[in-house]
Design a protein. Structure first.
Length: 160
């Protein structure tokens, strides 16, 4: 097919390769939308934050049990806080009424709160050497990674 012919096609939804048409958009009824919501349950962001707190506490406990030093536990707790505090800020921002007013407001709110989350995380990491003395970077980073992996576990909570 010539380039000029492709430019002025009457049906843009027809695939050029095999000529198959894309399925037509059909709005869902209230009952169909409700059934879809029940089939695809959401996970509360607060549940994820709580589990991250528990994982951070367990990481700190393991750090002190393995090393016998409390400074590793404080480092692990700071690492967990570096994930939990920004995540809680984002969860608070994203679950507010203002961010669910319209799809556009929701997208802008998501980007804004994601920026806040990253900025707070970076600031907390930069403050770690000054606030946690003596700092154990391996304990801090291990707790951070463990707490971040809770996001992946949350996907499994949804089920299939």
């Amino acid at each position: 097919m010539e380039r000029s012919e492709r430019k002025f096609r009457s049906d843009p939804w027809v695939d050029e390769e095999d000529g198959a048409a894309a399925p037509a958009f059909k709005p869902l009824s209230w009952e169909e939308a409700q059934a879809l919501r029940e089939a695809q349950p959401t996970v509360s962001p607060w549940r994820v934050i709580i589990v991250q707190c528990v994982v951070g506490g367990v990481a700190a406990l393991l750090a002190v049990l393995v090393t016998g030093r409390t400074d590793t536990a404080w480092s692990a707790l700071w690492g967990a806080a570096t994930v939990v505090v920004p995540g809680a800020l984002m969860a608070r921002g994203m679950t507010s009424r203002l961010s669910s007013m319209s799809p556009g407001a929701s997208a802008v709110s998501f980007m804004l709160w994601e920026f806040v989350k990253i900025a707070v995380s970076v600031a907390m990491l930069m403050l770690a050497p000054k606030l946690v003395q003596p700092l154990s970077w391996p304990a801090l980073l291990a707790a951070m990674v463990l707490c971040m992996k809770v996001y992946w576990v949350a996907l499994l909570w949804r089920g299939r």
